[in-house]
Design a protein around this ligand. Structure first.
Ligand code: 5GP
Ligand code: ZN
Length: 120
C-alpha cells in the first residue's frame, strides 16, 4: 500500500509539489518530484524531493528509508534524461552547519562544469 503523503502548509517545497508555487519540472513519478533550482549554482542545477514532507536526511528511518532508494533511482533516470554523460554531483544539506535553508529533504544535482576533487 502506498504511503499517505504528508504536507506541511509552511513548506515551500510542499507547495511546489502541489503546484501552489510554480516550478520548472524536470521529472515526476509517484514518489518524487524534480525541478530546476531558482538560483542555480552550476549550468545544470536540479532539486529532487520526495513528495511526502520529510525535514532532512536526519529524519530517514527504517520506516521511510525506501524513499532514499526511490530518490536515487529518480536521480539516475534524470541524469540520463538530461544527458549528464560527463558526470554530476549529488548533495544534500542536513541542518544548520551544512547550510540547509529549506527544511524539506532535497538532493541537489549539479552538473555542466568541471568541479574537481575538492568538496569544500
Ligand atoms: P539548501 O540550501 O536548503 O540545501 O537548498 C535549498 C535550495 O532551494 C537553494 O539552492 C535555493 O536556491 C532553492 N530554492 C529556494 N526556494 C526556491 C523556490 O521557490 N523555487 C526553486 N525552484 N528553488 C528554490
Ligand atoms: Zn515539505
Amino acid at each position: 500500500m502506498a504511503d499517505v503523503l504528508r504536507y506541511d502548509k509552511d513548506c515551500i517545497f510542499c507547495k511546489i509539489i502541489k503546484g501552489e508555487i510554480p516550478s520548472t519540472k524536470v521529472y515526476e513519478d509517484e514518489n518524487c518530484y524534480a525541478f530546476r533550482d531558482i538560483n542555480p549554482q552550476a549550468p545544470v542545477h536540479i532539486l529532487v524531493v520526495p513528495k511526502t514532507h520529510i525535514a532532512s536526511c536526519a529524519d530517514i528511518d527504517a520506516e521511510n528509508a525506501h524513499i532514499a532508494g526511490e530518490i536515487f533511482t529518480a536521480i539516475a533516470f534524470i541524469a540520463r534524461q538530461e544527458g549528464l554523460d560527463g558526470g554530476y554531483r549529488v548533495i544534500t544539506n542536513c541542518g544548520e552547519d551544512a547550510g540547509q535553508t529549506v527544511h524539506h529533504l532535497h538532493f541537489h544535482i549539479l552538473a555542466g562544469v568541471k568541479m574537481g576533487e575538492r568538496l569544500l
